[in-house]
Ligand binder design. Sequence first.
Ligand SMILES: Nc1nc2c(ncn2[C@@H]2O[C@H](COP(=O)(O)OP(=O)(O)OP(=O)(O)O)[C@@H](O)[C@H]2O)c(=O)[nH]1
Length: 356
Amino acid sequence: MIWLAAAYILPAFAIAVQSMQTNQQLAQTSVVLGCFYLFGLWAIAQGMAQRSGGSAYPKIALLISLVALVGLYYFSQVVDDLHVRMLILNIAMALLVLLGVAAVYRGQKSADLFERILRGSYLCFVAYSLIRPLVIAIAIEQGPSVELTQSPMWLLMLAANLLLSLWFIGVLLVVTFREVLLTLKKERDLDSLTHLLNRRAFFEQAPVRIQRSRNGLWALLICDVDHFKQINDTLGHAAGDEVLRSVAKVLLRNTRHTDLVVRLGGEEFVVLLNCDSLQCACVAAERMREQFAEVRLAMGQKLTASFGVVVIESAQQLQSAINQADALLYLAKKTGRNKVVSAPVADEPAGQLVSA
Ligand SMILES: Nc1nc2c(ncn2[C@@H]2O[C@H](COP(=O)(O)OP(=O)(O)OP(=O)(O)O)[C@@H](O)[C@H]2O)c(=O)[nH]1
């Protein structure tokens, strides 16, 4: 974002200064203000390339800029030729802004409307930058008789620059504002330790998921690490945190993107599984339980966890399903831990108790 801010501020400053200058003053300041233009235009390319995960070839940009600055110096301090200086500067600017196009094309294509508008605006700006040297070559008067900054051509280019810049910065502001909002929402919804969804996000997203799906049953798994206090007490809080992150990884590994994996709080996790039977949910929970044993604790101890599993058919049942799964989890803890306990459903074998 800093690149795109530089891209707006530097050329705007140079244009503002030049608009108040005579042809003679333009010659005196051409190299310094040329730096502002060149860096500003490359900053647009770099900013856009970075948004797409690439870069706008800084070494090539440096080379183009150096050649352009030498040209500007020669045609201002040795031979004063405003027309050639304008051509050199505008060709260099067009080449610099073009350097981001490859990265923008190679980068991931976003489906987001505003991101597409931003890319489209950038490509329009590139096209405008490529056309500008042609216009200068054809339309701007040669010779020192006319003050460039008072000519209709200059005013026209100024107006075009202003309009494009305002449009570009407007789109950029909207995109940035949306990005900030999305980041805040993400931070609000995620547990900072495990990066799983948190309790608030679960109660927001679970009813929507259940309502929207038309393919079969949902199951709710509540999973609680066994003797977690002991792990904290013997191995330390940092090791306890690491265990929680490992638990999150195991849960994520055994779920699909349609499922929700949530850290409810402490060492308690919930998984909303999109599966077509209680048995399928129990198999998934059993697989997770087995994989916890592979998490290495100090001194050869095994990580274990207990599960309560229920099926859920409508969003209205969510709270009662959580209570029921909690009760089954409590049963699992009471009857020895490290096991999956599920609730009976009408058309499936009643009261499964899968022991370790
Ligand atoms: N490291 C770490 N510990 C946490 C975190 N949140 C909660 N805890 C600890 O988790 C422990 C939970 O202990 P208990 O509720 O007694 O449960 P438990 O020891 O697992 O016992 P059972 O569930 O009955 O097997 C407490 O000591 C909390 O301090 C966390 O984010 N990180």
